[in-house]
Design a protein around this ligand. Structure first.
Ligand SMILES: O=CCCCC(=O)O
Length: 452
């Protein structure tokens, strides 16, 4: 079986990849298991030195990696460069903090010594998506490998070229063979991989459907799993907000990565008093975004990663209009490109409110009070994050407890940061990545109890 990756901007074929057969996959997994036996015995300082080198390799080759990202999935080149630099940041972050995070925790009991060690688990299988093809992988790999696990990656087929480059980063940094390996496989091999004895845990970033299937398999084989799935974040603007700042942030929150982000703001819930002002300034700001050749520095809005994704967004726009939404801007699709689109008068029950919209589509919703805004925000099966814009920081912080999401940002877009835990609730998944929490997901918290 062959996989092809295609530049969604111009149709160029970027790569052709032959799927590994089951026997080859098993060999990769056996090697991962063997590598784990040696890797887990290495010193933490050896592993953090390698991680620092991986960060350096990323920085030294930003242009090459960024071009591969842009060619395979269509984000503007400037955003691809930022993505590669963010991967270098997460490497530096764990290189600096791993020894703190992994140190043993003494606990006073009636033992002479009792403490918790943080030992690695084995091989961690990562199933990753195409939307941040480097970042999603480094977010898992930097803490997980540094804790002493080995890693096996199954990337999305439209970014297999990125997956190969990522494997090269670890090779160039000097990681021992088989500590990080890439698989070119169809998802029908997922069960075989999860069932393999070397694999002790699974991490997936992707759709609800993929998450549910992988969680079932992880349950079947009793392997730990972490899921980072969809989102339908709200961006609530109160009447006292700094509107200029809210609009500027809203544009980035929705349009970065051409809107193809689980944590993008998708539902803009505006208090009545600022509705008209926000909408007119937001429309003006979105209209100014420059689309065009994704390899040009000036391009701000790329294409969607595949035509079926643009088709799906277009269907959500059309259905929402039929359901009573009002077209305020854009609305048209041309192959993989979808115009940045704003829909007004969006309400629960419409596609643009209920469904995750994975593209440059902003749904504008009116609320008559702060309480109603939060109620509307909570009307979602997802739970990744909420943004609130206001000058009343005290009241904003008071409201934090009423948000059921994994993140709550005040006067800022919901974003990932290596220093902060990242993950969702409800249908957005479970577990946390990044920060100390992310490193703790794939360790054996081993109790040691010693009596003299
Ligand atoms: O689809 C999920 C995107 C996460 C992006 C990030 O970690 O910044």
């Amino acid at each position: 079986m062959e996989f092809y990756s295609t530049n969604p901007y111009n149709g160029e074929q970027v790569g052709k990849y032959t799927a590994q057969k089951e026997g080859e996959t098993i060999e990769v997994l056996n090697n991962s298991g063997k590598a784990f036996k040696e890797w887990k015995k290495t010193s933490l300082s050896y592993r953090t030195d390698l991680l620092k080198k991986a960060g350096q390799v990323l920085r030294d080759n930003v242009e090459e990696y960024a071009r591969m990202i842009t060619r395979e999935m269509g984000k503007p080149i400037s955003e691809s460069r930022s993505e590669v630099n963010k991967c270098a940041w997460v490497c530096d972050y764990y290189a600096e903090n791993a020894s703190d995070f992994l140190q043993q925790e003494e606990i006073k009991t009636d033992a002479t010594h009792s403490y918790v060690r943080h030992d690695p688990l084995g091989s961690v299988f990562a199933i990753m998506p195409w939307n941040f093809p480097f970042w999603q992988v480094f977010r898992f790999a930097a803490p997980t490998l540094t804790a002493g696990n080995t890693g096996v990656l199954k990337h999305a087929p439209n970014v297999f070229g990125c997956a190969i480059k990522i494997e090269e980063v670890f090779e160039k940094a000097g990681y021992p063979k088989s500590v990080f390996q890439n698989l070119i496989v169809h998802h029908d091999q997922t069960e075989l991989i999860i069932a393999h004895e070397a694999v002790q845990a699974v991490t997936l970033t992707g759709s609800e459907a993929a998450g549910s299937a992988v969680a079932q398999l992880s349950g079947k084989y009793i392997k730990k799993s972490l899921l980072e799935l969809g989102g339908n974040n709200s961006f609530i603007v109160w009447e006292d907000a700094d509107i200029e700042r809210a609009v500027k942030t809203a544009v980035s929150a929705r349009m970065l990565n051409c809107g193809q982000s689980c944590i993008a703001a998708k539902r803009f819930i505006l208090l009545e008093g600022i509705y008209d002002e926000f909408v007119s300034k937001f429309k003006a700001a979105v209209s100014e975004l420059q689309s065009g050749d994704t390899m040009e520095d000036a391009t701000q809005v790329g294409t969607l990663a595949r035509k079926d994704l643009a088709d799906q967004l277009q269907s959500q726009v059309k259905r929402s209009l039929e359901e009573g939404a009002e077209l305020l801007l854009g609305g048209e699709q041309d192959n993989c490109f979808h115009q940045p689109t704003i829909l007004g008068n969006v309400k629960p029950g419409m596609a643009a409110f209920d469904e995750e919209t994975f593209g440059p589509l902003a749904a504008i919703i009116k609320a008559s009070s702060i309480e109603e805004a939060f109620e509307l925000s909570e009307k979602s099966k997802f739970g990744l994050g909420t943004t609130v814009f206001t000058k009343n920081l005290e009241k904003a912080m008071e409201m934090a407890g009423s948000v059921s999401d994994g993140a709550y940002f005040v006067n800022e877009l919901v974003k990932s940061d290596p220093r902060l835990p990242f993950g969702g609730t409800k249908r957005s998944g479970y577990g946390r990545e990044l920060a100390k929490e992310g490193m703790m997901e794939f360790v054996n918290k081993k109790t040691v109890y010693v009596k003299a």
